[in-house]
Ligand binder design. Structure first.
Ligand SMILES: NC(=O)c1ccc[n+]([C@@H]2O[C@H](COP(=O)([O-])OP(=O)(O)OC[C@H]3O[C@@H](n4cnc5c(N)ncnc54)[C@H](O)[C@@H]3O)[C@@H](O)[C@H]2O)c1
Length: 344
């Protein structure tokens, strides 16, 4: 097996995570970085990778088998379409784009051209989440009753110096909640409807700082997600999971999945069940489910290499990611209208 040659387009915060992921993954080699920013040129030098000022120069000169699109969201679709036209496999960052129609258009273009396209919902590659999914879908919790997700953290004040981050183009619903919605879809199944409330009472920006979302799954299970970027609190995947070294790992649980036979908390994978007679008058017993820890960015990159070589199907294709986007976009609509939004 020869390594898949991959170009990185956009080398900002998540681009660096992809470089680290590629350095640890078997079967892939980063052959070039395209990003006009001088900081990206310095990053290319740090990793001893050729630097190009734009993605066309990178494609022409390195002829990669695949490319990662880690630019600002508005560029995801135009650049990915160019890659597809060149027959280059794509790993496009989340959100796939800003609108459902564009996401579907990209999915159809990739399918028509028979070019593989993977969307960077990296949490799906985390063994903790994959184990939780296997437990839920394998029936080890009995029938799923509910999920409670906490995504509460404090973005530092300087984060908001960039004006767009104070507008609806950013905000924790589009930037952060999308990860929780995708995690719940991946672990618990398809979402049928949602209701939501949002607030900007703490920061007073045009965009929300806090949101509460109520989701109903097709299975009949119910979930709540409490989200805030204005809370001095540790209960969020970013802080609890240790996935991203930029955030200090905090030993708390942030996700709780309850079934009729047992329940689990994440990221610990602590499972609670009745050892004997069931019922709230009896003691529950807990144990931590074993799993083999792995870095999801390395796992995602290994998978992308296999996708490029047509050895594996994309774990998150464009249509799947567009469904996550559709549910996420509906949160603000539901909050604005005060209605329940249903999905077909
Ligand atoms: N999977 C995750 O957990 C995760 C985390 C953070 C960001 N993201 C996503 O990754 C994308 C980038 O986010 P970020 O936080 O890294 O942003 P960033 O601003 O840190 O980096 C974006 C980079 O793209 C470069 N760029 C802009 N126009 C370009 C062009 N035409 N060609 C090549 N490069 C160009 C910029 O110079 C910059 O270096 C966004 O879509 C974001 O939603 C995903």
């Amino acid at each position: 097996m020869s390594d898949s040659k991959i170009g990185l387009i956009g080398a900002g915060a998540i681009g660096r995570a992809h470089l680290v992921g590629a350095a640890g993954a078997k079967g892939v080699e980063i052959v070039g970085i395209a990003d006009p920013n001088p900081a990206a040129q310095a990053l290319a030098e740090e990793f001893s990778i050729p630097w190009f000022k734009d993605h066309r120069a990178l494609i022409d000169e390195t002829k990669p088998d695949g490319a990662i699109v880690a630019t600002p969201n508005a560029l995801h679709v135009p650049i990915a379409l160019e890659l597809i036209a060149a027959g280059t496999a794509v790993l496009v960052e989340k959100p796939i784009t800003d609108s459902v129609d564009e996401g579907l258009r990209l999915g159809r273009a990739a399918a028509d051209a028979e070019v593989p396209l993977l969307v960077g919902h990296h949490r799906r590659h985390n063994p903790i989440i994959r184990t939780a999914r296997a437990l839920v879908q394998g029936g080890q919790l009995g029938r799923l009753v509910s999920a409670s997700v906490l995504a509460t953290f404090l973005k530092h004040d300087a984060y908001f110096n960039e004006a767009w981050r104070r507008t609806p183009a950013a905000g924790p619903v589009l930037i952060n909640l999308i990860h929780e919605i995708d995690l719940l879809r991946f672990v618990c199944g398809e979402i049928e409807s949602l209701q939501a409330v949002t607030s900007n009472a703490i920061r007073g920006f045009e965009v929300e700082d806090t949101a509460a979302t109520l989701l109903c799954f097709k299975s009949g299970a119910i979930a709540t997600i409490t989200l805030s970027d204005s809370a001095a609190a540790p209960w969020s995947w970013d802080l609890s999971s240790g996935e991203n070294p930029a955030f200090p790992k905090t030993p708390v649980e942030s996700h709780f999945l309850c079934g009729t036979e047992a329940s689990i908390a994440l990221p610990t994978l602590r499972m609670w069940r009745y050892p004997g007679e069931r019922g709230w008058l009896q003691p529950l017993q807990d144990e931590e489910v074993r799993f083999d820890a792995a870095n999801p960015y390395i796992e995602q990159m290994r998978h992308f290499g296999a996708v490029i070589r047509r050895e594996e199907q994309p774990l998150t294709d464009a249509f799947d990611a567009t469904r996550t986007l559709e549910v996420t976009l509906a949160v603000r609509d539901a909050a604005r209208s005060g209605t329940t939004i249903r999905f077909g």
